[in-house]
Design a protein around this ligand. Structure first.
Ligand code: 13P
Length: 255
């Protein structure tokens, strides 16, 4: 029993990646805020813009149901880390969430599981919910190693203080990101079950409350089927989140 654990309320996360200047970012955020004010969605909505837009979007989302998230944070709270952003800075800018361990950062910045665990710990120390990304490459899936890779990433990318209240895990198969290809429902279900098992191996018995999101080529068209798959507690959306209308349709697909 985990009395501190929240129920598994769906989590719908927009990851704008490195897209959005002041003008178009504000316009997109305003359109989404307008949708959220007038329509219905059964989950929690988070937008993760580029760091340069955080303060501006905090003003746009003030008084709405849309929360703000960062796309990455450093393991340290402050110091000589040119170009990096700390979790405390994200919290100061109005964030409640931060994505860590995205495969694009694991690949282009050489981030290891241990480094990702450090970032998650930094996020928790700043009061942020960490959205920890895991997922296999095409070669790993073709070699029949997808579940083993996912399980290992989950076990090694989480810090000691992780709970279902301060952490969500996003399963994002690398080969599905930006490709227009998605795993079938059975593969998503198996991967999410492995994420939950990996969590339970680390933190005995507390996996039932953990939110496990799917990410990789989620669109307004496929979101309903993906969100209906067993064990899917939300989505992490890249390309389709760059349209306020498309992302809002995804939010509404959450039943
Ligand atoms: P796409 O939705 O563009 O495939 O990106 C997924 C992703 O990487 C979200 O973090």
């Amino acid at each position: 029993m985990q009395p501190e654990s929240p129920p598994r309320r769906p989590l719908l996360v927009a990851n704008w990646k490195m897209n959005g200047l002041h003008g178009d970012g504000l316009a997109r955020a305003s359109a989404l805020a307008h949708h959220a004010a007038s329509g219905d969605c059964a989950g929690d909505i988070v937008v993760c813009p580029p760091a340069t837009l955080l303060f501006a979007l905090r003003a746009v989302f003030a008084g709405t149901r849309i929360a703000l998230g960062g796309q990455d944070c450093h393991v340290s709270a402050e110091g000589a880390h040119t170009g990096d952003v700390s979790a405390a800075m994200l919290a100061d800018a109005g964030c409640a969430y931060v994505i860590v361990g995205h495969s694009e950062r694991r690949a282009s910045h050489g981030e290891s599981n241990a480094w990702v665990a450090g970032k998650s710990a930094a996020a928790h120390a700043a009061g942020l919910t960490a959205i920890v990304c895991v997922g296999e490459s095409a070669a790993e899936r073709d070699a029949g190693r997808a579940l083993a890779v996912i399980g290992r990433q989950v076990e090694d990318s989480l810090p000691a203080g992780a709970t279902p209240g301060n952490t969500a895990i996003a399963y994002e198969p690398v080969w599905a990101i930006g490709s227009g290809r998605t795993p079938g429902p059975a593969d998503i279900e198996a991967a999410h079950a492995e994420v939950r098992s990996g969590w339970e191996r680390q933190f005995s018995g507390s996996g039932a409350a953990l939110r496990v999101l799917y990410g990789g080529s989620v669109t307004a068209r496929n979101a309903g089927d993906i969100l209906d798959a067993p064990g899917v507690d939300g989505v992490l959306v890249g390309g389709a989140s760059l349209s306020a209308d498309a992302f809002w349709q995804i939010c509404q697909a959450c039943r």
